[in-house]
Design a protein around this ligand. Structure first.
Ligand code: GDP
Ligand code: ZN
Length: 458
């Protein structure tokens, strides 16, 4: 496949101070060579080596950057094409200038996701792996990163391939029975077919069970901290943020008046929802009014309701309990360092079996227990994420649901004694649907749409 040379800034994950300009395509090495000054020409450098040198504007001879340049020749590269990575450390301005120079010398600015698209088109990765790269970019915590990484390694693909193989074998078996009766192959019976279909259905179910966790890992559990003014909501927010190992603040594009902060509580990413100016007076009820706070509550997956240990329960407290009926709630009775006025028995009644914890945030007491409660709420104590293949991609989930549906149709037909060659149609459809997850039968438009979602430079 003949493709032009593309270039983009490929931002390192995390807080990397180094910016990378990446080029891919036939002329990648030649273009980079025009602006590289080092001991030898890049054309002479062996594949997969890093050389030190300077980036210079060949027209003005102006030195732009001190750089480490990685040369990787096709086909053993991410895109299967010649790839150059120019590691700059002069901040975003000089990274930009290096990119501009590459564009002037003949490279084309890459579309979002185009590097990954090429990797896919050149057969380097399958579609679920390509999507995992996108999730990696967005991964909010280490654990979410893990899930995405496993997928890049092809865990989901292997799972899906095994299921497709099982389906394919049954279909082939039926075909042989019909088309070559003289072969005398073992007859595919309803029982045998049911057994296979049952197996695949169970496996799909297992994958779907992981889906809700996968989604949460990727997007964060939207969590609202609510309570009357002065009970300690800001303090709670601060404790969670400061205790958190990985804080990813500020998602580009959040221009709404609700601010979201990501905190990582024992591997569970919480998307703390609060109003603008969160560090001053951010009492949701107070600031944005009852109606808006009801809206925030509706969107939340988890509510942290804060009460004051040193005050009697008020009408407002009871109203808040009313507003969060049937939701995931952890009740936090704060300020245990002052004299007790609150009736804890009444609090527990109102909590209706949901966890009630006491804290003294002023003295950092009770935070561990709270984190424990959050983690066990999410992981239900026994999810071993290391051994799991999480399904976290909305498209994958939809396809798995559909495949499961057609398998169920097949099972229904088997029960009704429908002839096997008709049942087979559903089985084949399920096989196709699973194939779409790994990109075996996707249409061009879908591919374009998927890759357009990628960040630039990946
Ligand atoms: P918010 O209005 O609900 O956000 O409450 P803040 O977090 O702003 O806290 C209100 C006041 O209560 C501040 O002066 C805090 O220092 C204080 N406070 C927070 N937690 C505790 C606690 O555990 N014990 C005591 N005595 N004071 C606390
Ligand atoms: Zn506050």
């Amino acid at each position: 496949m003949e493709m032009d040379t593309i270039a983009a800034i490929s931002t390192a994950l995390g807080e990397g101070a180094i910016g990378i300009v990446r080029l891919s395509g036939e002329d990648a090495i030649a273009i980079a060579d025009q602006m590289y000054r080092g001991k030898q020409s890049l054309e002479q450098v062996a594949s997969h080596t890093i050389v030190y040198g300077f980036i210079e504007d060949p027209r003005t001879k102006e030195r732009i950057e001190e750089a480490m340049v990685t040369v990787m020749r096709a086909p053993k590269t991410f895109t299967c094409e010649d790839v150059i990575e120019i590691n700059c450390h002069g901040g975003i301005m000089s990274v930009n200038r290096v990119l501009q120079l590459a564009l002037r010398l003949g490279a084309r600015l890459a579309d979002p996701g185009e590097f990954t698209k090429r990797a896919f088109l050149n057969g380097r990765i399958d579609l679920s792996q390509a999507e995992a790269v996108m999730d990696l970019i967005r991964a909010k915590t280490d654990r979410a990163m893990d899930v995405a990484l496993h997928q890049v390694e092809g865990r989901l693909s292997k799972h899906i391939q095994a299921l497709r193989q099982a389906l394919l074998e049954t279909v082939a078996h039926v075909e042989v029975n019909i088309d070559y009766p003289e072969y005398d192959a073992e007859e595919m019976t309803h029982d045998l077919l049911r057994e296979k279909a049952d197996y695949v259905k169970k496996e799909i179910n297992k994958l779907l069970v992981t889906a809700s966790q996968g989604k949460v890992l990727r997007e964060g559990i939207s969590t609202a901290i609510i309570g009357r003014p002065n009970v300690g909501k800001s303090s709670l927010m601060n404790s969670l943020v400061h205790d958190s190992k990985a804080i990813v603040t500020d998602i580009p594009g959040t221009t709404r008046d609700v601010i979201e902060e990501y905190v990582n509580v024992r591997g569970v990413p919480l998307r703390l929802i609060d109003t603008a100016g969160i560090r001053e007076t951010e009492d949701i009820v107070e600031r944005i009014g009852v109606e808006r706070s009801r809206q925030v509550l509706k969107e939340a997956d988890l509510i942290l309701l804060v009460l004051n240990y040193g005050e009697e329960l008020s009408k407002e407290d009871v109203a808040l309990f009313e507003a969060i009926r049937n939701m995931n709630v952890i009740v936090i009775v704060n300020k245990t360092d002052i004299d007790q006025k609150i009736d804890l028995t009444e609090v527990k009644q109102l909590a209706e079996g949901r966890p009630v914890l006491t804290t003294s945030l002023l003295h950092d007491k009770g935070i561990d227990e709270l984190e424990e409660a959050i983690a066990s709420l999410f992981f239900e104590g026994n999810i071993d994420h290391d051994d799991m293949t999480y399904v976290s991609n909305t498209r994958h989930i939809a396809l798995l649901e559909q495949a499961k549906g057609t398998i169920e149709d097949a099972l229904g037909a088997i029960e009704m004694g429908v002839p096997i060659d008709l049942v087979q149609i559903d089985i084949t459809r399920a096989w196709e649907l699973l194939g779409e997850i790994i990109g075996d039968s996707v249409q061009e438009s879908l591919i374009d749409q998927l890759f357009a979602q990628f960040c630039l430079g990946k």
